[in-house]
Structures are given as structure tokens and as C-alpha cells.
Design a protein around this ligand. Structure first.
Ligand code: 4AZ
Length: 263
């Protein structure tokens, strides 16, 4: 039944109808939605990527990803945290499988949402969680404000998550990863027009589609050279030709994130 499944936090085109998200998501697939595999990706483990965190509700249902950047700090998407409270979310580290019971579960002591955030297509899609319990896993390095050169078109980025493996499909029980090329800002503008905010976003994906993040991957990492450089944010559908995934351009928000990490 519709009510049983917690609506995953969805961005962009879906977020526009956020009020009705729970029903919308399940009841009305986007018009274009021939199922497209996220894939091109492969199953992986949190042992290989120890900083990749599940963000779950209080019952343990994963709805977003996050990245450990300090023992008690997790970077995720603002759109994942809107409407949440410290008592409604948990962060799970060291758990490769959604149905696992291993790893470390932490409550959240503080949720910082970028105060400029309104919706994912307007940019500013970044949030930092302060954990109640430190994670015994290696944190990821993240880009600094001056690291603007990492976003060169054609550079290879790695995406990770437990999200759906097809548009409107089911989540993956096992953590998955794929690599996708960064798309030039001009190309992303062609795809998304004024919804692409160049200062705040970066796009990644193949022109022909086929490999992408999807529902439930939001908030999770986009790595460039092993360094956290983006946050899964939004896109038109998943893995569609001509519609790359859109990621928060983390360098733009690096100093804001650092203020939270130090705070
Ligand atoms: C989502 O709803 C979502 N293809 C994440 C990523 C993308 C689209 C939607 C990009 O969480």
C-alpha cells in the first residue's frame, strides 16, 4: 500500500510536487519512464567505501545517502532533511546491505540545513548532520573552496548509493557504485535551462544515459579522485539520454560545511 512505504526524498522535478510526494511518487511515474537501469554500476561494500552512510528513518528504512567527513559529521542533501527532525532520522555506517544489522547506528544531535535552500532546482542543496555517536570509519576528504578545477568536463566521477536500480524501481539491497563523466556546464544548461544553477551544481552522466543515480541515492557522494566533490541532488528521471544527474557543487559550499564540521 502507498502509505506503508516511506516516500524517498526526491528532488527536482518530483520535488515540485513535494506536498503530495508520497502518493505522487508511487502513483504517477513520469511520462517518459521506460525503465532505465541506474547501472553500468556494480555492487560494492562499505569496507571499500567506509565513509558512505545510510540515512534512515527511526524504523531503519533507508531514504537517502550521506558521507562521513569527520567522526561525527555527515554531509548530505538539504532536500533529504527538509521536514525531518533529530528524532526522525538515524545514520548507519559500515552496513553494506539495507537488510543488514551490522555496522554502527547513530542518532542525530543536530541537523544543519543550508539556510538558503528552498528546493533542489534552486541550488544550495547541502546539509550537515552532527551525530550523537561517532563513527569508527574513515572519513572522506572533501573539496576546498578553491578546488574549482576538479569539475573539468570529462573528468571521471564516482557515484554510490542504495537507490533504485531503475526509474520508479526498487532500491538495491547492496551498496552500488558507478563512474560517470562530468558534463560541461553548457551541456547541462542545454538539458535543464534555468533549473541548472552553475554556481551550485555540476552534472554527470553519459550523453546516451544508462548510468546514473536514482531515487534513494540522494544525499550520497560524488567523488572525484577519491575526494568528495558533489552530493546527489536531482535530475529528470534516471539514466535518461540527454538528462545527466545533477549534483551539488560542493566546492561552492566547502567553507559553510567546514564551519559546521568545526562547530
Ligand atoms: C532522487 O529522487 C533522485 N538521476 C536522485 C538522483 C537523480 C534523480 C532523482 C538523478 O533521489
Amino acid at each position: 500500500m502507498f502509505g506503508l512505504r516511506r516516500a524517498r526524498k526526491t528532488a527536482a522535478i518530483t520535488v515540485a510536487c513535494a506536498a503530495a510526494a508520497a502518493t505522487t511518487l508511487l502513483a504517477s511515474p513520469t511520462a517518459s519512464a521506460a525503465p532505465q537501469p541506474i547501472v553500468g554500476g556494480t555492487a560494492t561494500t562499505t569496507a571499500a567505501y567506509p565513509f558512505v552512510m545510510q540515512i534512515t528513518d527511526a524504523s531503519g528504512n533507508q531514504f537517502c545517502g550521506g558521507t562521513l567527513v569527520a567522526a561525527d559529521k555527515v554531509v548530505t542533501a538539504a532536500h533529504c532533511m527538509v521536514g525531518e527532525s533529530t528524532s526522525s532520522v538515524r545514520v548507519v555506517g559500515g552496513r553494506t546491505f539495507l537488510n543488514g544489522t551490522d555496522g554502527t547506528v547513530s542518532k542525530v544531535g543536530k541537523i544543519w540545513i543550508n539556510p538558503n535552500y528552498t528546493d533542489a532546482t534552486q541550488g544550495n542543496d547541502v546539509s550537515v548532520l552532527t551525530l550523537s555517536t561517532s563513527m569508527p570509519y574513515t572519513a572522506a576528504k572533501y573539496v576546498s573552496a578553491s578546488d574549482t578545477g576538479v569539475y573539468a568536463a570529462g573528468a571521471t566521477a564516482r557515484i554510490l548509493g542504495w537507490g533504485t536500480t531503475s526509474e520508479n524501481g526498487s532500491s538495491s539491497n547492496q551498496l552500488r557504485t558507478a563512474t560517470v563523466p562530468l558534463v560541461a556546464d553548457s551541456g547541462c544548461k542545454t538539458s535543464y535551462g534555468s533549473d541548472f544553477v552553475q554556481s551550485d551544481m555540476v552534472c554527470a552522466g553519459y550523453a546516451s544515459g544508462g548510468t546514473d543515480t536514482c531515487q534513494g541515492d540522494s544525499g550520497g557522494p560524488l567523488l572525484i579522485g577519491g575526494v568528495l566533490a558533489g552530493i546527489t541532488s536531482w535530475g529528470e528521471g534516471c539514466a535518461e539520454a540527454g538528462y545527466p544527474g545533477v549534483y551539488t557543487r560542493l566546492a561552492t559550499f566547502s567553507d559553510l560545511v567546514t564551519a559546521q564540521v568545526r562547530g
